[in-house]
Design a protein around this ligand. Sequence first.
Ligand SMILES: O=P(O)(O)OC[C@@]1(O)O[C@H](CO)[C@@H](O)[C@@H]1O
Ligand SMILES: [Mn+2]
Length: 449
Amino acid sequence: MTDAAELHMPTVPPSLSAKVVGSFAYLTIRDRLPTILTKAVDSIHRNKDKFFEQYGEEGLRAEKAAIGLLSKLRNEMQTDKPVLALSDELEDADAWNRYLQRHEGLQGDQGDPVSWFTSPWLYVECYMYRRIQEALWLNPPISGYDVFNEAKTQSFFQSQRAVMALCTYLEGLRKNMGELPDNQLLEHFGTLLKVSLWGNKCDLSISAGQENSQKVSPIDSLADLQPFILVDDSSSVWSALVSGRDQHGPGRVDIVLDNAGFELITDLVLADFLVSSGLALTVRFHGKSMPWFVSDVTAKDFQWTIQQTMAANHMWMSKSGVQWQRYVREGAWTYHDHPFWTQPHQFCDMASDAADLYAGLQGAHLVLFKGDLNYRKLTGDLDWEPTTGFAAALQGFAPAPLCSLRTLKANVQVGLRPGQAEELAARRPDWMTCGEYAVVQFHGPRSDP
Ligand SMILES: O=P(O)(O)OC[C@@]1(O)O[C@H](CO)[C@@H](O)[C@@H]1O
Ligand SMILES: [Mn+2]
């Protein structure tokens, strides 16, 4: 039997967990997740009158019952109760309950129940958002209410100047896109890739829902932000795109989305550039099938954002919105929300637990993964040494050439140079979680499951 050392594969470290008292996972579950739950309760309570107007007494009953379930959830978390099986009939409930049994088996040997402060952080954090969905689903007629909607729309409205600047930049490109030589396309690609990267700073789950929007033109700040990019593989991303185009003609780029609001605009602008420049024929957007991690994109957010951009009282914003609506109508852009993206699995499980999704991603020339949660799932949310190779941390997940565009908000990071983590820690002890640093991390080879 060839052991890990012979394969030069690092031994797989433990999952990040609140078991480590004082760790970022511990502080998240002790402090930030209860705050997010409290804001969810407040959001439902603030809409009580609206529910009554819309649904009468049934609306009041549902409001009260949903708040009761979320308060119970918060108590279970704060008193480290065992994780409970889901009781709703949503299509993914079985997959979630099977995953719980898997963990009960794993932890059963050590006698620990599967609970908030003893199980993997990735699992229990995802589970919390799925329990929020259960609390709403169990209480029609408010099942479709998005407890995070106000926070997401606020992030959009408070970033309008930055959105206008981006759409103006895009309009400037559109004028002579057809004549731009590759070296100029490369320059604009690099700009819009980095704008999409830093759009990820606008995430509400790190701030537990505090206001977090983009105030100024993001293009003007790229040069100042460049030193904060710890791994910059953008030239490899460009090569993957251009070699695909030159060998097979423009292909498909998949963008696994993260946050709504300003970040989504940066992704739509990048996608517009990819298609209008001929670097890609189509773009597939992957969003979430339920409200997730406070600010993640749902189908409703995706459509709403395009509608809002179309309706903007700004020439280049509305022109962009019209163009984006046309891409959707013509099929150049498609939106997908596979249940796997709102399950707790590490991405190295995808080939076995969501073979259809893995096979789908294999059709892409390039897959862009936005944000921190996707990075945590790409690397399994394991306590890797920072110098571990990105390829090793992917543990075989490689459906297509892929790139993570991520601002660091959790204490998992791989692919750094020897000594780089130590330098960063000396400069900024919370470098992995402060949201000031980022990576553009690429992995080229594909691997069949
Ligand atoms: O995926 P995003 O939106 O970039 O960030 C989400 C996230 O990393 O932010 C929090 C900070 O640790 C975590 O709760 C969560 O995983
Ligand atoms: Mn997010």
